[in-house]
Ligand binder design. Sequence first.
Ligand SMILES: Nc1ncnc2c1ncn2[C@@H]1O[C@H](COP(=O)(O)OP(=O)(O)OP(=O)(O)O)[C@@H](O)[C@H]1O
Ligand SMILES: [Mg+2]
Length: 389
Amino acid sequence: MRLSRLQVIDFRNYAQAELELQAGPTVLVGSNGQGKTNIVEAIGYLSTLGSHRVASDQPLIRRGAERAVIRAIVLNDDRELSVELEITAGKANRARIGRAPVGRTKDVIGIVRSVLFAPEDLSLVKGDPSDRRRFLDELLVQRYPRYAGVRSDYERVRAQRNALLRTAGMARRAGKSGDLSTLDAWDEHLIAHGAALLHGRLELVHDLSPHFQTAYAAISGSADDVAMRYRTLAEDVRADADDVDDPQAPEEEIGVPDIEELSALMRTRLAAMRAKEVERGMTLVGPHRDELLLRLDDFPAKGYASHGQSWSIALALRLAAYELLRAEGAEPILLLDDVFAELDAKRRAYLSEVAKAAEQTIITAAVEADVPDGLEATTHRVTAGTIAS
Ligand SMILES: Nc1ncnc2c1ncn2[C@@H]1O[C@H](COP(=O)(O)OP(=O)(O)OP(=O)(O)O)[C@@H](O)[C@H]1O
Ligand SMILES: [Mg+2]
């Protein structure tokens, strides 16, 4: 899929701007702080309903304006579809698909698919576990949009369960008994949404893992051995297909546990942790505590990988995401925000080939020299919230 047109109104530093987009590579050039990343962010927002830079919507709305609008015309083969999002800070966003308003903004997810590479991606390797969980969840939602609901249901239940635990914990500390009569019911809600989310993530890691290994080998040109593994409830759940303990054993797929098994696992852990949860006043069991482990030659990448190796791992994660989405459905748009300037010649050349082959790639660069030679692109100049061809 690709976009043929993008319009933003009161988005970041744009009062109003329009961009006609062709297939193949498009380059947005302009000096720092002019609005290049803002365009890429707008496209990313249409696909995930979130920004890669901020957790809240307020900064997306132009200072002094009340709401921002992102509008796009999406082309799937020859079928055209328009999507529109209206972002109002502190209120529910509104969406239109075609001309019709949609009941739930989440229904927009899945129409625009994109994979964004950004300088911030180094935190996928060097950052906190929450950065890697977010990577998984955003990809999961693009892969299967229904997980947007699973994710928000889980977060809602966790917040309510936390409130209950906090109140009970305070009561206990004050020498009272603390009412936990509804906790069992909350446990079941937590398990229902938590096990579903867990299952989606495990399946994702299982399917992403081979793409990750291939991409790392290609991008680094090295024989380093990389692996990803998902750790849940303090146990490693093996999600890599060809990692079998017994070398004599036939190549067999290690499957992803089913939802019943995962529910049982969560139930057991919740029972074991209950006293501690009340004491701490928060939920200590569930996918919000899990970790995507990245390993380089059998050491944790975080802490062991060099700067260059960390970059290769981060790029390999994004490339793997791109390959997975591409293999399973409409080809995603490749968004390359300021990445070429960070790369050495070999990695530039590789990423440049991927960009050339993609149905649509949008590249930002401060100077044209940062864009690899041979990347035949339509170039637009971005200056202080205006875009010129
Ligand atoms: N809500 C907002 N309202 C008005 N202007 C904003 C808002 N948010 C960000 N900006 C402005 O947008 C500009 C940053 O845009 P952007 O991040 O797209 O820059 P860029 O062209 O990618 O720059 P760089 O090359 O440094 O990455 C800054 O000038 C910033 O002040
Ligand atoms: Mg930028």
